[in-house]
Design a protein around this ligand. Structure first.
Ligand SMILES: Cc1ncc(COP(=O)(O)O)c(C=O)c1O
Length: 404
């Protein structure tokens, strides 16, 4: 008789966004006339830039002729894309990353979930609280997190690093030494960032204590302040302790197109074994590559036209972020984020819990956001709004909230 992976049964409740979707569907059914504005899920809304559309069309045509047709992609991804990434995302920022240290994938969700596979089950993870849920849930599935405490909503074998108002929503070095440290900056959900010197402290800590930092930089394109690092490899010593995850979803609108990459420097080793070789083995065995046409679209992100158009797209969303942040501030809300990230983190007013505020906002303003408690215990009484809506919807949503 077959047995299932019982670790899956430990996962609590349904996924945050399905709970939200169910609540919104129920409200819509009862109030069919309500025009609901969704500023909850972190999905983009603007069309792909023309430089990307042109590259897609061209690549599709190539696939239609035998001479230019492509089948399976190389294991690590096409060199044209890896070279463009190495040149633009790393060399241009003074980071030493070679094209063959970059692994192309279909996005950062899979990579951030799969990366734990190359580490022993005995490793202890440290995560920010609140946190992007994928890091913890995939470690639960792997049996690395111990037992769940439904009261505290925490796992016995996970080190939580509270990111609160008192810490500017940044984590402090943990008291207990972890093996794997998940960091995400600019942060989802809080929109917070850390400076280069703060990140350097983490890199020094990791090198000193034999930890690996898994650095999720999915929102790097939204950084506007000079002292905020775009890559962990801007820090000295990161090549021996850090893996970086990147996505084309938020900088180029690829949430439905799918493209991302993971960087593992060759110096990152456990004894004589390089993590690069383990991930290469995994990638080659379990993954058959992002589509050629999508990798060509990714290359176009780094063209002159692509860069200019995407700068405008990011500016469009950041104009929304400023409208949300300033509008809520004017209305007396306690808000943060929204400067180097497309997320605004606000305190639920009047002592409400995150879900109470969710219900209140849906009922009275017909606006959907994300309850902060869904990202971890320290998110309770907070709420996340995203800047990824259209400008018109964003303005209307915030004006409705201000009028409450
Ligand atoms: C922190 C973080 N990492 C990764 C992802 C997933 O990115 P992708 O669309 O590339 O899978 C998201 C998506 O919202 C995210 O917020």
């Amino acid at each position: 008789m077959f047995k299932i992976n019982e670790e899956y049964l430990k996962l609590p409740g349904s996924y945050l966004f399905s709970t939200i979707a169910k609540k919104v569907a129920a409200f819509s059914e009862e109030n069919p006339e309500a025009k609901i504005i969704r500023l909850g899920i972190g999905d983009v809304t603007q069309q792909l830039a023309t430089a990307i559309i042109d590259a897609l069309h061209k690549a599709v045509d190539e696939m239609g002729a035998a001479e230019t047709f492509r089948g399976y992609a190389p294991d690590l991804g096409y060199e044209f894309l890896r070279n463009a990434i190495a040149e633009n995302d790393y060399k241009a920022r003074g980071c030493e990353i070679a094209a063959d240290e970059i692994f192309i994938s279909d996005g950062a969700k899979c990579d951030s979930g799969n990366i734990q596979e190359i580490f022993s089950k005995d490793n202890k993870i440290a995560v920010c609280d609140p946190v992007y849920p994928v890091y913890v849930d995939t470690n639960v599935m792997a049996g690395r997190t111990g037992t769940y405490d439904p009261e505290r909503e925490t796992w016995s074998d996970v080190i939580y690093m509270p990111c609160t108002k008192e810490t500017n929503f940044a984590p402090s070095l943990p008291k207990e030494t972890p093996d794997l440290i998940y960091l995400c900056f600019p942060n989802n959900p809080t929109g917070s960032t850390i400076t280069k010197s703060q990140l350097q402290e983490w890199v020094d800590y990791a090198n000193k204590n034999g930890c690996v930092i898994i650095y999720d930089a999915a929102y790097e394109a939204y950084i506007s302040e000079a002292d905020v690092p775009h890559s962990v490899y801007e820090c000295e010593g990161a090549r021996t302790c850090a893996i970086e995850l990147r996505s084309f979803s938020k900088n180029a609108g690829f949430t439905g197109v799918r493209l991302g990459f993971t960087v593992i420097p060759k110096e990152l080793k456990a004894g004589s074994v390089s993590l690069h070789s383990l991930w290469a083995r995994r990638h080659g065995t379990k993954y058959n590559g992002a589509p050629y046409i999508v990798q060509r679209a990714g290359e176009a992100v780094y063209s002159e036209a692509g860069k200019a158009q995407l700068k405008e797209q990011v500016a469009y969303y950041m104009r929304n972020a400023a409208y949300i942040k300033n509008g809520l501030k004017d209305a007396g809300y306690e808000v943060s984020g929204g400067v180097n990230a497309p997320y605004i983190w606000l305190k639920a007013p009047g002592g409400m819990t995150s879900w109470e505020f969710f219900d209140d906002l849906l009922r009275r303003a017909h606006v959907v956001g994300t309850p902060g408690s869904g990202f971890g215990p320290s998110g309770e009484t907070y709420f996340r709004l995203t800047a990824f809506g259209s400008y018109e919807n964003t303005v209307e949503a915030i004006d409705r909230i201000k009028a409450l």
